[in-house]
Structure formats: C-alpha cells, structure tokens
Design a protein around this ligand. Structure first.
Ligand SMILES: Nc1ncnc2c1ncn2[C@@H]1O[C@H](COP(=O)(O)OP(=O)(O)OP(=O)(O)O)[C@@H](O)[C@H]1O
Ligand code: SF4
Ligand SMILES: [Mg+2]
Length: 364
C-alpha cells in the first residue's frame, strides 16, 4: 500500500520560491537527460517520454518567444500492442494536443516518442509520410472530416492507392471488404457523405483510418458528437476491429463510462500534465490523485444501495499560459498543503505500473 506523507507546514514559512524553482528545474532537466539514455521498452508499441508541446503566444521581432502556452507539459507513458489507453481530463487539459503531437501532426517542443522502438520525435515530414500508414487518427466530428464532393468509394480508395496497400486492380475489392468490416453496405460505395447520418459517417471515418492497415489509432472523442443511441454501436465496432486487427488505441474522451468500458489503461491529465496513470482497475478502484478522485466521483454509480460521494472542485481551471507554481492542481485541490504551492510533485511509480504526481505519496 502507498503511504501518505507527513509534511510540516512550518518548513515553508520562509520559503524561497525562486531558488526552489531553479533547483526543481535543474533536477527535472537531469532526470530527462538520464531517461534519454535508457533504451526503449521492447514490449511497447508506443513509448512517450517527457513529451512537451508549447504553443508560442508572443514573439519579439527577432523571433524570440516572449510568452508560450504549455498545452502538453512533460507527459510520459507506454502502450503495448493491442492495448487501449484511455486519456481523460477536463476540457483544455491538452488531450487533443497530446494525441496530435504523438502522431507528429504537431512538432513536439521536447521529448521522445518511440514507435516500434524508434524515436520519431525528430522525424522529418518525409520520414513521417512513410510511417503514416502505421499511425492514424479518427476525429470527433464526422461531419467536417469527410470531403463533401467525393464518394465513399473514392474517399476510402484514395489512401489505399497513395500508399500502394494493394495492387491497383484489387483496390475496389479491398475497400468493399473494409466497408463490410465497418458495417457499411456495399452500395454506399457510390454515395456521398451528406447522404449519411453521424453514426454512418463515423463508420466511414473509421474505415478510412483502417484502410491503410495501421497499428496505432488515436481516437479523439470519436463518439462525443453522436447520439447516445449510436455511441454504443461505434464503441463496439472499435472493439471488434481491435480484436480482429490487433489494433492499439489511444482513446481520448470526456466520458468516463466509455473510457471505463474500452480501456485497458487510463491516463488522467490536468493542465497539460499526466497526474495519474495505471491499469483501468487500479485507477477506478484505487485512485490516488485528488484530481482523479474528484473526476471519478462524478460518474453515476449503477448500484442504488451505494451512495455516491461527489467531490466538487472549487474554482476554475487555471490558464495553461500561466499555470500555478508548485503542483498545478493546488488552487483547486481539497488536500492541498503548503508544500504544494511551492514544489511540483514528482511523477512516481507507487505500485508496479501505477504512477501518480502528488505530494501525498512518498517518492520511491
Ligand atoms: N494551435 C494552438 N495554438 C495555441 N493554443 C492552442 C492550440 N491548440 C490548442 N491550444 C490550447 O492548448 C490547450 C489544450 O488544448 P486541447 O485542445 O489539446 O485540449 P483538450 O483536452 O483536447 O480539450 P477538449 O476536451 O475541449 O477537446 C488549450 O488551452 C488550447 O486553447
Ligand atoms: S500535490 Fe498537493 S495540491 Fe497537488 S494533488 Fe497532491 S495534495 Fe493536491
Ligand atoms: Mg480535444
């Protein structure tokens, strides 16, 4: 079991924040340098280390950054082939930016992204083009992500032709097979996206992603824009396809019930940082971080005999352009202590595979 730390408030009365911040940054930089020397985990399909994505908000005329927004700020995790990692967190915490940076749709500011054991963080767009077939994305909005003037057949055939997935004479047969796997009738081949409902359009988007036989699919809120009645069908389709094709998913969602149903592992993000990560059962049954506790306390309990104890968080989410010092969650945390205002907690492994960043838990 994890032990809670006993910290003395008086230790922080004359605290020198500037000196402490410098020490903290130096220790962090040293850890990043040490981790860079470690070989990638051979069992992971995707291993992300200390990933950062900062957006520049203000520059000098000479191009020097004056202000930046830390959308993803030192995120690390691993996913094995065939697993689903669910990413949860409030709006604006950096889920989409993280997913896109992993796929290099955004250039990482810093960090390593090992895909099949190779660090692709500094890959050029040309090198990435060759990898695109292995890494795909399904977006939230199936209305804007399909070209309106192409037929479903053309939409699905295009990536197959571009990436030469099958010989040209086999393209139609191949596309029809994928359509069938995704629950799309063969006569849809000649139809246009506007003729379909949201659920059917999302099936087309999933078919398009799978047409190039990827290994990793980032699903960014793939059912949020759909009717509740359709959501289960799409989630079950994603599960079925995962089993048939050994797919690995990075599944981003606001909906904790959906994440609980589909994920093997869960990562909880707050203001650009991963605050807790672990197996689904561990995270749901034994959440450690106060933010995870608050987030999950909002999930309705299906057992009417068990009373839910909803934790309401005070205050608004701070801006990632100006995050609080120390623990970024301290302005809203019901367990905040004096140390939390000054020192950022380290991201430590409390149980095998269960990581948390909180001063309540002793560093191991
Ligand atoms: N291109 C960009 N330029 C500047 N800031 C950006 C850009 N893209 C995202 N951001 C900012 O980065 C932060 C993280 O945004 P992101 O879209 O990744 O969050 P999210 O967790 O996916 O939110 P949501 O749940 O609403 O989809 C936000 O503050 C957002 O405003
Ligand atoms: S470090 Fe402090 S403020 Fe942050 S989550 Fe833990 S108790 Fe709360
Ligand atoms: Mg998003």
């Amino acid at each position: 079991m994890t032990e809670e730390m006993n910290l003395n408030t008086e230790d922080f009365v004359n605290f020198d924040d500037v000196a402490e911040k410098e020490k903290e940054l130096a220790a962090k930089a040293e850890k990043i340098e040490q981790d860079k020397l470690l070989p990638p985990d051979p069992e992971a399909l995707l291993e992300v280390r200390h990933l950062k994505k900062y957006f520049t908000l203000k520059k000098t005329l000479m191009g020097k950054t004056l202000a930046s927004l830390k959308a993803v700020d030192d995120v690390s995790f691993k996913i094995k082939p065939g697993e689903t990692l669910g990413i949860v967190g409030e709006s604006g915490c950096g889920k989409t930016t993280m997913g896109r940076t992993v796929l290099k749709l955004h250039q990482p500011t810093e960090g390593q992204v090992f895909f099949e054991g190779v660090d692709i963080a500094k890959y050029t767009p040309k090198q990435m083009r060759e990898l695109r077939t292995k890494m795909q994305i399904v977006f939230q909005d199936p209305y804007s992500s399909l070209p309106p003037r192409s037929t479903v057949g053309d939409i699905l055939a295009e990536p197959v032709k571009v990436h030469k997935i099958v010989p040209p004479e086999q393209v139609k047969e191949y596309v029809l097979k994928i359509m069938e796997q995704c629950g799309l009738r063969d006569y849809y081949y000649e139809r246009y996206p506007h003729e379909f409902s949201g659920g059917q359009r999302q099936r087309i988007c999933i078919a398009r992603a799978l047409a190039v036989s990827p290994k990793l699919v980032v699903c960014d809120e793939p059912v949020s824009a759909l009717d509740v009645s359709i959501q289960a069908q799409i989630i079950n389709l994603l599960k079925k396809l995962q089993k048939e094709r050994q797919l690995t998913y990075l599944f981003i969602s606001h909906d904790l019930s959906v994440v609980k149903y589909i994920s093997d592992k869960i990562g909880v993000m707050y203001l650009g940082s991963m605050v807790e990560f672990g197996n689904k059962e561990e995270i749901f049954n034994n959440p450690l971080h106060p933010y995870t506790n608050a987030l999950f306390s909002a999930v309705p309990n299906p057992n009417p005999d068990e009373k839910g104890n909803r934790i309401l968080l005070k205050g608004d989410i701070p801006s990632p352009a100006n995050p609080p010092m120390g623990c970024k969650f301290h302005t809203r945390c019901p367990k905040a202590m004096e140390i939390c205002k000054h020192i950022e907690p380290a991201y430590t492994e409390q149980e095998p595979g269960h990581f948390v960043a909180c001063h309540c838990y002793q560093e191991k």
